[in-house]
Design a protein around this ligand. Structure first.
Ligand SMILES: NC(=O)c1ccc[n+]([C@@H]2O[C@H](COP(=O)([O-])OP(=O)(O)OC[C@H]3O[C@@H](n4cnc5c(N)ncnc54)[C@H](OP(=O)(O)O)[C@@H]3O)[C@@H](O)[C@H]2O)c1
Length: 259
């Protein structure tokens, strides 16, 4: 199925690895030109070169820490300078540390808010005039299943992503008339370096931790970045244009509620 993404321009956060690279790969395979950003240059440059040579699209890497308030404008301007327009914004990056919710000081909370909420608010503020000028487009946020089914020790993320979900829903109402849809995907456990670090962080054998998680997941396996990217590609394409304001788990059935 041709999703109609050829020639579209997308910004993909955290595009050097993990879920972000999975999304960048899928959009590139569909023929979209990309700006990808992350903090570390080597992995970012390698990803950009691989995507461009494999799929014959243009990919511009931008090194940026999305918690820095000046970076959103620079990233969006890079897309406009490079491609003359912007159609799709994918908000994805890292996440705050894990720990007991009462153990964090104001600085830790501030950083978490910058990473999970303010980064999106600023990216949207910078991107919106260009999405409107393009006559429509898509904003897609990557959050986590813990934002809708909280997990102990994930408090910094749970609290800040809950704010993101409220922000995204409100935004979807306000910009629907411009033909811009806004959705948030909540991944379950996805096989990336980040998850591997979680497997390696405790005292238990990583293979045992992995097997324990797999046993919890109704579909019986850890997800892949491509499992997330497949839905992203649909939601940011003309085929997904009628879907907006949604918060969607992609988790192998892990989310156990009716809504
Ligand atoms: N993997 C999972 O099981 C899972 C499940 C639910 C939700 N999520 C969420 O999905 C998102 C992506 O996770 P992932 O597993 O793909 O992580 P990952 O493999 O660690 O990749 C994170 C990407 O974001 C970039 N990044 C991190 N912090 C950044 C910052 N401050 N500014 C700019 N770029 C930044 C990283 O590059 P640099 O380090 O070079 O900046 C990298 O490209 C995270 O928010 C995570 O919490 C993941």
């Amino acid at each position: 199925m041709d999703l109609g993404l050829k020639g579209k321009v997308a910004i993909v956060g955290g595009g050097s690895m993990g879920i972000g690279l999975g999304i960048a790969t899928r959009l590139a395979a569909e023929g979209a030109d990309l700006v990808i950003f992350a903090r570390r240059l080597p992995a970012l440059t390698k990803a950009a070169e691989n995507l461009a040579s494999t799929y014959g699209v243009r990919v511009v890497p931008v090194t940026a820490d999305i918690r820095d308030q000046d970076e959103s404008g620079r990233i969006v301007q890079t897309a406009i300078d490079s491609f003359g327009k912007l159609d799709i914004l994918v908000n994805n990056d890292g996440a705050p540390p894990l720990g007991a919710i009462d153990s964090f000081d104001d600085m830790a909370w501030q950083k978490a808010i910058e990473q999970n909420l303010f980064s999106v608010i600023r990216m949207v503020r910078s991107a919106l005039p260009h999405l409107k000028a393009a006559g429509g487009g898509s904003i897609l946020n990557i959050s986590a299943i813990s934002a809708i089914q909280p997990i102990a020790k994930f408090g910094l993320s749970v609290a800040t992503w809950a704010g993101l979900i409220g922000y995204a829903k409100t935004l979807s109402l306000e910009i629907a008339a411009h033909g811009i849809n806004v959705n948030t995907i909540c991944p379950g456990y996805i096989d990336t370096d980040r998850l591997q670090k979680v497997f390696n962080s405790g005292t238990q054998d990583p293979a045992t931790v992995r097997a324990g998680l797999e046993a919890e997941i109704p579909l019986g396996r850890i997800g892949l970045p491509s499992d997330i990217a497949n839905l992203v590609a649909l939601l940011v394409s003309p085929a997904g244009a009628y879907i907006t304001g949604c918060t969607i788990p992609v988790d192998g059935g892990l989310f156990r509620a009716l809504r």
